[in-house]
Design a protein around this ligand. Structure first.
Ligand SMILES: [Zn+2]
Length: 1033
């Protein structure tokens, strides 16, 4: 089995096993070949359904449900199957400059290897950096003994380190706690060059350093003997003797220090704004193979013209390399991120439902791929050639249609499966369990009524809410009421089931105290229609809080609760979801009992991974049982201390469920937050009991799957449920050579049960380009998708490998990808220049942010449960969510337009962007802060809080009062629109600068040094640049 190119040294690099771990290090193997087993290609095994009957009985008699064709489909340019296989890359659709990439002149570091001590003042006059050595990636917890720059502003041409006569750096110490105890023996980089500023230069169309005039060829201009020289607009800072972390005794005599202008390194907010300006508000028609969609952050309208909307499928690159060798050489991961139930905005067409009646969908006889726009009809329309396996199939008589002069079927526009990228088929009985029609799913609410939940007021709050919430259960489109059945269980050490049959005047409770052999004591009356049993259910919900009001019981069970839910669904022969509201670690004597195994001493050791491992045994089996039954588990946790989320979250993680956590829950401060989450969760669009299969054309295939899935074999992805926010990241690998001419096709087919109990197939198709030119691949990369892939692979890898190795691999691969671009695609330039592909110019900032996330940071200050929680959450995230998580929105509020709906443009996530006289919102999809500077304008404070000044604001305020002032209306509107857009609710935290809580806020300023370790963006970029240079020499 090969290394799959992840860590293998490319031809140009010198393996340096010791220092940076290039080459397969002892621990890199597992993560290194994240593609899983390499297997010989064989015809795919039979698909999820049986073979289609070759003898359809009713020719022509299969109506399509819904108007298959709408005007809007016709209005686009004719798309035609012929275009699908046409030349790669529709020129006009190709975003981004053809070439060039981003150039950042200036060696971040001067010399190459400098084993010597960090520079003290006296050494500053020598060649500043003759060979520094860094023993690890900057974030790996080593102490950066020097900032990239001295601390002054430098916006002009950078200085070549080796030409610098002045002190290259101030010897500042990274003040974040070291993470992995690595020591960097030299300054990370000296004289990091920098002006990487400004908009793309006109020349190459890439992101080019403005300092590079025609007269200044790439590279460092000669310096005038000292650090800094003439920088346009550069602010010279004076010596900074008191620079925090300066080396003891090293007085910073000598030339003033300069700090690299942060505006000179690629800006995520700028990239987002530019894409919005260029492609925002436009219609994105999907009729071009290998077309790169707008960024996830851009507002655009999708028109399906033969490829799935990017809302459903996004790729790390839209041009696959033709060979495995090329893929290995560039190390750019090939993957697609599929969100099968992504919400389609109101102005886009919902998926059409195709019904072929009893024959079921048309499929390829050999590989079972479903009819789609890529199938080629031949022989006058009597046969079609499969785009995936090339098998030639007979067209069933009822499906026959003549071809037009272009070789296209005459009914092309009338059939979604011939002209669209995404659509649904009605599934026949053959696609149902045991050949029996599916039934509508059930939602079971399982409430921990132990002391903690009663005392906090949670139980009462929840029961009150359910009375209205259950009116909003998801329903089939057009249906009057929801078909979903509901059931109720309360529990502590024992379980209470409720009979809420509509005929009853009072609900009846049945107790099961033997939790070792879980069974459901009643069938009839447990799962009911809410509409029919409303009165009895309300009666029950009124009684529950009082029934347990005086409880002293603090012990709970957990696994038996899930078991009970699955058994109930089994008995009812339906799929469904368990909503479990649980407070504490389950210590009562029962299967799945847990104990506190939190151990901070393991942090930063080889055993740290065990903190993320679920306890084996009971929960593994439960996951299997749940998936087999189509039972998803959503867990709402209300802990006051450790409760082993790694284990408790294991079943949700394998069943497409989610884990929500409200530490030290109090109704007053967290109630609304919890209820918003609950409402979203109960109401969201969802499918159950799903099997997903990704088929590909010959030459490559799907090898690995990440996120909320369960795999019994290597191809069928089982999902107990999949909702509108749930994304599965699929890794792709070569098993042969791909053809530039034919391109590459993917088809994701998801068989599932609707909320109305119908069995359906949802099909998403996507066509990609193939090229033997790496440049084409880099031009078609998508940074947001890449980072989603890296996040999921890294979060899986930490189950097996030390964090330090995982972080090193991430940095190494970043450097490899960029070095490969530099070597093969960029125009010749001085080695000192950092040149990034245009499509990946902000990749380093996301990567650095990823490495600073709680799961990847070895810090004893972080809660083990929080780390495990974040790990599980990210595994099922889509591209939008990982992008936002890794680069939060920082929205200035102090100078916004108060009228209108415009939201101020976000700023870069750095302390530098804050101002004492300002107010800022920061959100990342999970946390939401309102930060108020000490000198925040009084009229803003007055407008938002009706208080004369900031000093009057009570600490721990976490609501914005509803005031009738323009400021209040505007800020509340922004907050509520953010809440609406995000999958999760967020708890607003109001923080004044210099408050204690501020530290919580600052950890989200991801361009800065990490609070718990991890480099600043600038330092990271310098470090990566240095690695690239090493690879290139
Ligand atoms: Zn086929």
């Amino acid at each position: 089995m090969s290394q799959q190119g992840y860590v293998a040294a490319p031809p140009y690099s010198q393996a340096q096993p010791g220092a940076m771990g290039y080459g397969p290090g002892p621990n890199q193997h597992t993560y290194g070949h994240y593609g899983g087993q390499q297997q010989a290609f064989s015809p795919p095994p039979p698909g999820m359904g049986p073979q289609m009957s070759p003898h359809p009985s009713t020719p022509g008699g299969m109506p399509m449900t819904g108007p298959p064709m709408a005007g809007h489909q016709m209005s686009g340019p004719p798309m035609g199957a012929s275009q699908m296989s046409g030349p790669p890359m529709g020129g006009p659709q190709m975003p981004g400059p053809p070439m060039g990439g981003s150039q950042m002149p200036g060696p971040p570091m001067g010399g190459s290897q400098m084993p010597g001590p960090p520079m003290g003042g006296s050494q500053m006059t020598g060649p500043p950096m003759a060979g520094q050595q860094m023993s690890g990636p900057p974030m790996a917890g080593q102490q950066m003994s020097g900032p990239p720059m001295g601390g002054a502003q430098m916006s002009g041409p950078p200085m070549g380190g080796h030409q610098m006569a002045g002190p290259p750096m101030a010897g500042q110490q990274m003040s974040g706690p070291p993470m992995a105890g690595q020591q960097m023996s030299g300054p990370p980089m000296a004289g990091m060059g920098g002006p990487y500023a400004g908009p793309p230069g006109p020349g190459l169309g890439g992101y080019q350093q403005p300092g590079l005039g025609p007269n200044s060829p790439s590279g460092y201009p000669q310096q005038q003997g000292q650090f800094g020289g003439q920088m346009a607009g550069g602010q010279m800072a004076g010596p900074q003797p008191g620079f925090p972390g300066a080396f003891p005794g090293s007085a910073m005599a000598g030339p003033p220090q300069k700090k690299l202008d942060p505006d000179s390194i690629p800006s995520p907010t700028q990239v987002i704004e530019d894409d919005q300006a260029k492609r925002g508000g436009q219609v994105y028609a999907t009729n071009v193979r290998g077309q790169v969609p707008p960024l996830v952050t851009t507002d655009f309208t999708v028109q399906d013209q033969g490829n799935a909307s990017p809302r459903f499928m996004r790729c790390t690159t839209y041009t696959l390399p033709c060979t495995a060798e090329l893929a290995k050489q560039c190390q750019v991961p090939l993957a697609t991120i599929i969100k099968p139930f992504a919400v389609v905005p109101k102005n886009e067409t919902p998926l059409y439902l195709v019904n072929h009646g009893e024959t079921g969908p048309i499929r390829c006889n050999r590989c079972k791929a479903y009819m789609c726009p890529y199938m080629q009809f031949i022989d006058g329309g009597r046969r079609f050639q499969c785009a995936f396996c090339n098998c030639v199939n007979e067209v069933p008589v009822f499906y026959f249609q003549h071809l037009d002069h272009m070789g296209r079927r005459m009914d092309f526009y009338e059939r979604p499966e011939l002209s669209l990228g995404s659509y649904e088929f009605s599934a026949t009985l053959d696609y149902c369990k045991n050949n029996k029609p599916a039934s509508a799913p059930a939602y079971i609410f399982m409430i921990d009524v132990s002391f903690t939940n009663i005392k906090s007021g949670l139980v009462r709050l929840l029961c009150d809410e359910l009375k209205t919430l259950l009116d909003n259960l998801p329903r089939e489109e057009g249906a009057e009421s929801s078909a979903i059945k509901v059931g109720f269980v309360t529990y502590n050490k024992i379980l209470h089931f409720y009979n809420v049959k509509s005929a009853l005047a009072q609900p009846q409770m049945m107790v099961v105290s033997d939790t070792a052999e879980m069974f459901v004591p009643l069938l009839d009356g447990f799962l009911v229609s809410y509409a029919e049993s409303r009165a009895v259910i309300h009666n029950l919900l009124d009684q529950i809080p009082d029934m347990f009001a005086d409880t002293n019981e603090s012990e709970t069970v957990f696994a038996p609760v899930i078991q009970a839910g699955v058994e109930a669904l089994k008995a009812a022969e339906c799929s469904g979801k368990l909503f479990i509201f649980h407070a504490s670690i389950p210590t009562a004597e029962a299967p799945g009992k847990l104990k506190n195994r939190d151990d901070k001493k393991l942090v930063s050791t080889d055993k740290e991974k065990t903190l993320f491992h679920p306890v084996k045994g009971v929960y593994e089996q439960l996951s299997k049982d749940c998936v087999a039954q189509g039972c998803s588990v959503d867990l709402f946790l209300f802990p006051s201390q450790y409760l082993d989320i790694a284990t408790m979250g294991d079943v949700p993680a394998h069943t497409g469920g989610a884990v929500y956590k409200y530490s030290n829950f109090q109704v007053e401060t967290d109630g609304e937050h919890f209820l918003r989450d609950l409402r979203k969760d109960v109401e969201k669009p969802i499918g159950f009991d799903a099997i997903m299969r990704v088929r590909t054309s010959t030459g490559f295939r799907a090898t690995d799957f990440f996120g909320g899935v369960y795999m019994n074999n290597t191809t069928d992805v089982e999902l107990a449920a999949v909702d509108c926010d749930h994304a599965i990241t699929v890794e792709l690998k070569h098993d042969d050579t791909l053809s530039e001419e034919t391109g590459a096709f993917m088809q994701c087919a998801l068989l599932y049960t609707t909320v109305g109990g119908q069995r359906r197939l949802r099909v998403h198709n996507l066509s990609l380009n193939c090229s033997s030119q790496l440049m084409e691949l880099f031009k078609s990369c998508e940074t947001d998708s890449l980072i989603n892939f890296f996040a999921k692979t890294a979060y899986r890898a930490i189950l097996k490998q030390p964090l330090k190795s995982v972080r090193e691999i991430l940095v190494n691969q970043t450097a490899h990808m960029l070095a490969c671009y530099r070597k093969n695609c960029a125009s010749p330039s001085a080695a000192s220049q950092l040149i990034l592909p245009e499509t990946m110019k902000v990749f380093p900032v996301y990567m650095n942010s990823l490495m600073k996330t709680a799961p990847l940071v070895g810090s004893t200050e972080l809660s083990t449960d929080d780390r495990a929680h974040q790990r599980l959450a990210v595994m099922a995230m889509g591209v939008e969510d990982t992008q936002l998580l890794l680069y939060p929105r920082l929205i200035p509020l102090h100078n916004m337009e108060l009228e209108g709906e415009a939201v101020p443009s976000p700023l870069r996530c750095s302390e530098d962007r804050l101002s004492d006289g300002g107010a800022f919102l920061l959100e990342n999809g999970h946390a939401l802060f309102l930060w108020l500077g000490q000198a925040c304008p009084p009229e803003l404070i007055q407008g938002l809080f009706n208080l004369p000044s900031l000093a009057h604001l009570q600490p721990n305020t976490n609501v914005l009062p509803e005031l009738d002032s323009p400021q209040s209306r505007k800020v509340r509107a922004i907050v509520s629109s953010l809440m609406q857009q995000r999958p999760n609710s967020m708890k607003l935290q109001i923080v004044r600068s210099k408050d204690k809580l501020e530290v919580l806020f600052r950890q989200f300023l991801v361009e800065d040094k990490g609070l718990y370790g991890g480099a600043s963006y600038m330092d990271f970029l310098c470090y990566v640049h240095r690695e690239i240079r090493t690879l290139l020499t």
